[in-house]
Ligand binder design. Structure first.
Ligand SMILES: NC(=O)C1=CN([C@@H]2O[C@H](COP(=O)(O)OP(=O)(O)OC[C@H]3O[C@@H](n4cnc5c(N)ncnc54)[C@H](O)[C@@H]3O)[C@@H](O)[C@H]2O)C=CC1
Ligand SMILES: O=C(O)CCC(=O)C(=O)O
Length: 530
């Protein structure tokens, strides 16, 4: 693979080996200053970062070749998504790879802070055997309030249940079933959770809504002596409000892995004896880093090759077991889209794209197929890069309305994708299906029923349905030294019209196309390249 990948933060050796095995040029440079990074980023097709590097507009502007940002880890708050999406840069992360480590670190911080373990150890390191003021509390029968019952929150819940804790959670974005599944009592409001909890741990992403969500107001209603943990993102528990609450002894102890500004070895929180701080170590285990490194390497390579990636952040989420099945649908979708501008001579701006998914295909991530269709439509006519990442944005910015619908029942096929492309004066339609072991077929084109196996070069001829036309087209192709692989005929008998689709082995010269266009009865001739 003739690509250049910059690894700008430390990832595991296994990950680096995987990158090198792909044949790409891999530069591991984890000590770059911001200025140095901005200076060299223009040379790279992909960058791999953890949580410290800001991948933002400033960087994108210098990154003319950048196609992929690999986030070796979970949170993507250090990556500006809009800038990436509009440039068609795919952002991948490894959301599952370090969640166990983060959950275990959360529990470590909770135990360490409520039992004063680091403080006790520090005293002993001074060779002082002093047990005063180190009394802790038990977890048994205490109420743990989890804010955000996602991947890590739920792992923390199941593990701390084993300690005999009563678990409550606040997460307005997940359904009741998930609370039930983890045996967690749902709290309708954050305030309810804060009032009841003996321990609070936050596991939400960093968003406008979650920043400071445990702040001054919450500490006013919290139980006196509440204990808090933040192993998610700095600022979800407001740092100043926490300092105040610690001073007022509302908060009895805190375990903190993340700070608003990192690195920050002089945080005022370090002045409190009842705060245990770690320098963003939640994911720092051998296992998590091996997982993260390998996964990010695999994903970056796949993305650079233009393959599908299950954890692409600025694309619809695909279940990993669906990736293989989806591939052929994406190819079909893109192919159907590509036919439009090549078949229509009078180039009219697309106003509306209607896509109907019928049959088994509705069980797949159809929004991804929609992106493939849009990519196919716009790619041949736009100079700028159109890919899965920015296809939807491209349609939107061109004022194209995209309407999708789904129908589980379908006649004659197990699955059928029907696309209608509407412009000011015309409507174009194309339908496709996948059958057998993943064979793509175009089965309808502008009302003509066909059964076309799409190939790189397809000659499409629309003509009056009368004897002799097929023969003459065949002869002219022969004269032009073009080999025909297959031929399909579709007819609309009421209209006395027919369409011929010929898969041919090579390009067809302009001259031959012109000769075919001059055959009596032929109305339209197009060479479509897939
Ligand atoms: N300290 C570390 O080294 C690590 C930190 N993390 C961080 O841990 C956090 C959680 O990660 P995951 O569990 O994988 O995320 P996730 O996406 O699986 O779960 C987040 C949950 O938060 C909920 N949520 C979002 N907004 C909310 C709100 N306003 N109120 C209540 N709930 C809300 C969501 O509905 C979701 O269920 C993230 O911030 C991630 O960046 C992840 C890995 C390592
Ligand atoms: O160690 C790291 O790279 C940070 C881990 C983290 O915060 C994450 O994956 O969200």
């Amino acid at each position: 693979m003739n690509m250049k990948i910059l690894v700008a933060e430390t990832i595991s050796e296994k990950g680096i080996e995987k990158l090198i095995d792909s044949g790409a040029t891999v530069d591991v440079n984890t000590k770059l200053s911001r200025e140095q990074l901005l200076e060299i980023i223009g040379d790279y097709d992909a960058i791999i970062v953890r949580s410290a590097t800001k991948v933002n507009e400033e960087l994108y502007q210098k990154a003319a070749k950048l196609q992929v940002v690999g986030r070796a880890g979970n949170g993507v708050d250090n990556i500006e998504m809009e800038g990436a999406t509009k440039r068609g840069i795919i952002v991948v992360n490894t959301p599952e790879s370090n969640v166990v480590s983060a959950a275990e670190h959360t529990i470590g911080l909770l135990l360490a802070s409520c039992r004063n373990i680091p403080q006790a150890h520090a005293r002993l390191q001074e060779r002082v055997w002093d047990r005063s003021n180190l009394k802790g509390v038990e977890l048994l029968n205490k109420t743990l309030g989890i804010v955000g019952l996602g991947r890590i929150g739920s792992l923390v819940a199941t593990r701390l249940k084993a300690f005999g804790m009563n678990i409550i959670a606040y997460d307005p974005y997940i359904n009741e079933a998930r609370f039930k599944r983890f045996g967690v009592e749902k709290k309708e409001t954050l305030e309810d959770l804060v009032r009841e909890a003996d321990f609070i741990t936050v596991h939400t992403p960093k968003t406008e809504e979650t920043m400071g969500m445990i702040g001054k107001e919450q500490f006013k209603v919290a139980k006196k002596g509440v204990r808090v943990v933040n192993c998610a993102r700095g600022g979800i528990i407001d740092e100043q409000a926490l300092e105040e609450a610690l001073k007022e002894k509302i908060v009895a102890s805190a375990g903190i892995d993340v700070l608003v500004n990192e690195p920050n070895p002089t945080s005022p929180l370090l002045d409190f004896n009842n705060v245990v701080l770690t320098p963003h170590l939640g994911a720092d285990t051998v296992e998590a880093q091996d997982n993260v490194g390998l996964t990010v390497a695999e994903e970056v390579i796949s993305a650079l090759k233009g393959e599908m990636v299950a954890n692409a952040v600025n694309l619809p989420t695909i279940q990993s077991q669906d990736v293989e099945v989806l591939k052929v649908y994406l190819w079909l979708g893109e192919t159907m889209g590509k036919i439009y501008y090549q078949l229509e001579k009078e180039k009219e701006a697309v106003e509306r794209v209607e896509i109907m998914y019928n049959g088994e295909v509705v069980n797949l991530e159809t929004s991804m197929i929609t992106l493939a269709i849009l990519k196919g439509i716009f790619e041949p006519v736009l100079k700028e890069k159109v890919n899965y990442v920015n296809a939807s944005l491209t349609a939107k910015s061109r004022g194209v309305v995209v309407a999708e619908s789904e129908e589980t029942a379908v006649d004659n096929y197990l699955n059928l994708i029907q696309v209608k492309i509407v412009s000011k004066n015309k409507e174009f339609s194309v339908s496709g299906t996948i059958f057998g072991k993943g064979e793509a077929r175009i089965v309808e084109l502008n009302g003509y029923e066909l059964d076309v196996d799409p190939t790189p070069y397809m000659l499409m001829v629309e003509n009056i349905d009368k004897p002799g036309v097929v023969g003459q087209v065949g002869t002219l192709l022969g004269v032009g030294r073009v080999n025909i692989a297959t031929m399909q005929l579709g007819r609309i008998s009421t209209d006395n019209r027919a369409m011929m689709v010929l898969s041919v082995d090579s390009e067809i010269s302009k001259e031959t196309l012109q000769f075919i266009g001059n055959v009596e009865g032929v109305e339209k001739v197009r060479l479509v390249k897939i």
